[in-house]
Design a protein around this ligand. Sequence first.
Ligand SMILES: Cc1cc2nc3c(=O)[nH]c(=O)nc-3n(C[C@H](O)[C@H](O)[C@H](O)COP(=O)(O)OP(=O)(O)OC[C@H]3O[C@@H](n4cnc5c(N)ncnc54)[C@H](O)[C@@H]3O)c2cc1C
Length: 382
Amino acid sequence: MDFRLNPQQAAFQQDVASFIESGLPAGWDQGHDSLEERMAVERDIMKRLASRHWLALPWPKEYGGLGATPMEQLVFNEQMAYHGVPGVMNMGVAWVGPVVMLYGTDEQKAQYLSRIADGSDIWCTLYSEPGAGSDLAAMQTRAVRDGDDYVINGQKIWTSFGHYADWGWLAARTDPDVPKHKGLSTFAVKMDTPGVTIRPLINMAGTHEFNEIFFEDVRIPASQLVGEENRGWYHVAIGLDFERSSIGATSSARRTVDDLVAELKLRQGRVKPELRHRLAEHHIAVQVLRTMAYNIASMQGSGLVPTREAQMAKLFGAELQQKIGVTALQLFGMEGQASPAASRALRYQYTLLRAVANTIEGGTSEVQRSVIATRGLGLPRE
Ligand SMILES: Cc1cc2nc3c(=O)[nH]c(=O)nc-3n(C[C@H](O)[C@H](O)[C@H](O)COP(=O)(O)OP(=O)(O)OC[C@H]3O[C@@H](n4cnc5c(N)ncnc54)[C@H](O)[C@@H]3O)c2cc1C
């Protein structure tokens, strides 16, 4: 197989690299004192990407994208993730928009899509509940039709970006008397609707990324139901199958390995052999992960739906990032506690602590192994 980019893809890669070098706001890669400051930078970056139609890159041109191929999306994601550019992973682009395009009314398309593609609105995803994560269809949040409205009651949890999202993409139970997969519906909910309460959850890395969201008699117009009532489970599944905005995002792992290699070169001769070997192993694994991403993009480009392949890449990438985080901190060892190495080590502390969530978010590794074993390998269920 020839992994070289064609001239058009190579030119696009160059465009993205130039944008990262000179098109981003000053100080975008510095630490920010407050969430407001960080969000201002992210929204600025989103607007800059949108002005090039790169924010919703794979979307058709009529909806504000460029109709990019999966391979172009991969090229874009690799560059952005390698350089750690924020504001790129966007749930509105990843799964809300594709479902609205397929099942939304003309009014919904006009209202939601252009504001996602031009970087005006950020969406969060309201699926998980305290009693429904891996078994997502067990969700209990109710949406009850009342005249021209739906009234929502219940609780969601682990809602990433819920505290600065403009809109929430909600799955809720509309029929409690049918098998659990058949009674769910999907809605667009403005996050400042009366009755929505957002409470922060601080993760083990000490950052505020996700939240608990409470719904108390939240009244939304029935026109915010997206798709047919009680078909929500299929919208959730189709949204995930269409998701291609994160392929290649794991190239942040490649960057960490490259940075650690540079760190090792700085301290010639002062590194335990096992750490050198571990870095060599990570380097190989990063190349394997990259090949997986190219395979996924190539399958998507041929109109195939690489569900099993995407699960494999997610599982492999998530576990690899944890292993790289452990190696990084072992590399700094006690030295990581003292200046000047400490400031460099701090970044890797965050890398490791944040990587713990990688094997949980978007489906746990245990569940993904089960799916690969049953649907991928055809093994019987337990
Ligand atoms: C950083 C982060 C961001 C997130 N962002 C969002 C978000 O924006 N929106 C959202 O809706 N959700 C979000 N989530 C929630 C995420 O989707 C769930 O945490 C995940 O699906 C697991 O569900 P759970 O936490 O309820 O764990 P559970 O499902 O209760 O699992 C607990 C343990 O049991 C194991 N287990 C469960 N079922 C099985 C099984 N059948 N076979 C074998 N083992 C099993 C799991 O692997 C896990 O180890 C986020 C999570 C994290 C960590």
